[in-house]
Design a protein around this ligand. Structure first.
Ligand code: HEC
Length: 109
């Protein structure tokens, strides 16, 4: 009986922890999405690119253009290529820039 209680308690604690992690993750995804809509979607609607159609935010294009992860995306926000507006840390602080990058990588595969 004691053993069973232990198993039940452990399972509950683990489920709660997983719930917290999940809630945190989806909250920052949501924030990333909002920020993306606010700052990026005008030129990148649905992860496309209205200025340069060869440089969309879809996985295949990112790969072809050597944009490999969050860091590269944040770097591009700070120092973009021709036609893209630049966003310094005042416009989009690092923490938010990372959330946008995570959203881009997850949303537009
Ligand atoms: C004024 C229009 C505009 C806005 C606003 C804009 N971009 Fe861009 N973006 C572009 C253009 C144009 C390029 C291609 C630049 C080049 O030739 O290197 C680009 C390229 C990119 C790339 C590289 C894509 C690839 O396949 O190589 C990423 C990543 C990116 N933008 C992310 C963002 C994010 C994140 C935001 C918002 C914080 C944003 N952009 C806002 C116009 C824009």
């Amino acid at each position: 009986m004691k053993q069973l209680m232990k198993v039940v308690a452990t399972t509950m604690v683990m489920a709660m922890a997983a719930g917290v992690v999940y809630a945190k993750e989806s909250k920052s995804m949501k924030e990333g999405e909002e920020l993306f809509k606010q700052h990026c979607a005008s030129c990148h609607p649905d992860g496309g690119n209205i200025v340069n159609p060869k440089k969309t935010l879809k996985g295949a294009d990112l790969k072809a253009n050597k944009v490999k992860g969050e860091k590269d995306i944040v770097k591009l926000m700070r120092h973009p290529g021709p036609g893209m507006q630049s966003f310094d840390a005042k416009a989009i602080p690092d923490r938010q820039a990372k959330m946008i990058a995570a959203y881009v990588l997850k949303e537009f595969k």
